[in-house]
Design a protein around this ligand. Structure first.
Ligand code: AMP
Ligand code: MG
Length: 386
């Protein structure tokens, strides 16, 4: 029996990040950037107004108030997107809109709420401070500044920054192609006529969904029957993938042939009894140059083992450094005891996995447990039946 941490360490040691590819910045969302991004231009490119108001010379407003306004001549109107034509001289102002470039000579903007429009003139009702409501060129980003570093995750903010810098393509780690092989004579395809003797191959779909959820690409190979030739054929069909995942056939039954076939076809194959429930049996090794992970067939075991071993492996391939789910401490609402088996409905209802220590068999209500969160959007402020 080997410990979960040990199994994970061995799997991760055999996995390295894939190479880079150039993708459109929207396709880069959720991926890891493979280059340092330097700004080739300033953001904003020119000093511009942060308010709708009047661009003016600070000195002209000294002592201005609602009772003693400073009267200035309005020489121009500058909507956003236009280039100012006039220089602001003493006693002058320009009507300016948010985002429009600040004209030469002006050193402050007074928002329209602090002014009153008069015939050809504007009454300024407050004193201006130097630089007030002017966004300086390069205030956000200076030319030459490093704005995103290699290895960082591309989130919506990074997509926006790349767009602002005029970058439509960016280098990211490739997404692994993950082959999924279900094994078992009892399985039928999802759309075959239902039979009380058969079990629908749901694992191929839950596993493919988990692969997609990691940002990788599933390759569904389908069902291999519990016969050597069929297993070999299906595994060979999978070898253009970056990672091969199978479900079923790794325990001790007479028809659990995955182990036997892997021993012959694979190299450095290891078959573990991992100190984990559900998900005790696990196979790991290389099929040619491709890492292979054999999961147990039980639908809950397959999903739980995916979470513990395959998700971190896929994330590592994608260049991520945060490979693990967030955990939180939670207080148990009821007694729990470890029992074998598992039903898929429990995964449908769950938004986290309670991680119990190896030696614990029962935990009493009120005790604290570690929970691995499966749902990033979990909102602790909502009541359970909101
Ligand atoms: P095994 O690990 O091959 O002994 O499979 C254990 C049990 O898991 C089987 O008896 C099936 O009930 C179930 N099972 C195996 N493979 C699948 C699959 N692809 N989809 C749904 N259930 C499965
Ligand atoms: Mg089986």
């Amino acid at each position: 029996m080997i410990r979960v941490e040990e199994a994970l360490e061995k799997i991760l040691a055999a996995i390295s990040p894939l190479g880079l590819e150039k993708v459109n910045i929207l396709d880069a969302l959720g991926r890891v950037i493979g280059e340092d991004v330097y700004a080739e231009r300033a953001i904003p490119p020119k000093d511009n107004s942060a308010m709708d108001g009047y661009a003016l010379r600070m000195g002209d407003t000294r002592g201005a108030s609602a009772d003693t306004p400073a009267m200035l001549e309005v020489v121009e109107e500058i909507p956003a997107g236009t280039i100012p034509e006039k220089r602001i001289g003493p006693g002058q102002a320009a009507r300016i809109m948010t985002g429009a470039p600040v004209p030469e000579g002006a050193d402050a903007v007074i928002r329209v709420e602090d002014t009153r429009k008069e015939d050809g003139q504007v009454a300024i009702l407050v004193e201006a401070k130097h630089g007030q409501d002017i966004r300086l060129a390069g205030e956000d980003v200076q030319p030459g500044e490093k704005v995103i570093s290699r290895g960082e995750l591309i989130r919506p903010a990074e997509v926006g920054m790349l767009a602002a810098l005029g970058r439509s393509f960016v280098s990211v780690n490739q997404r692994p192609l993950v082959a999924i092989v279900a094994t078992g004579d009892e399985l039928t395809d999802i759309d075959e006529a239902p039979s009380p003797w058969k079990i629908v191959n749901s694992n191929s779909f839950s596993l493919a969904a988990l692969v997609l959820d990691c940002g990788a690409v599933p390759l569904q190979i389908g069902i291999a029957r519990d016969r050597r030739e069929d297993l070999i054929a299906k595994f060979r069909a999978a070898i253009r993938a970056d990672l091969i995942v199978s479900s079923g056939g790794v325990s001790v039954g007479d028809y659990d042939l995955v182990k036997e076939v892997m021993k012959e076809e694979g190299n450095r194959m290891q078959f573990w009894r991992v100190a984990m429930k559900p998900g005790r049996p696990l196979a790991f090794g290389m099929l040619g140059k491709i890492p292979f992970i054999g999961l147990p067939g039980n639908p809950v075991s397959a999903m739980v083992s995916f979470e513990q071993f395959i998700r971190p492996a896929i994330l590592k391939m994608m260049g991520h450094v945060n490979l693990f789910r967030q955990t939180v401490q939670a207080r148990l609402g009821e007694n729990i005891s470890k029992k074998s088996g598992g039903i898929l409905k429990s995964m449908v209802r769950a938004n986290g996995l309670i991680i119990l220590p190896e030696e614990a068999t029962t935990v009493q209500a009120g005790g604290m447990v570690t929970v691995q969160l499966l749902d990033d959007s979990l909102d602790w402020t909502l009541e359970p039946d909101y």
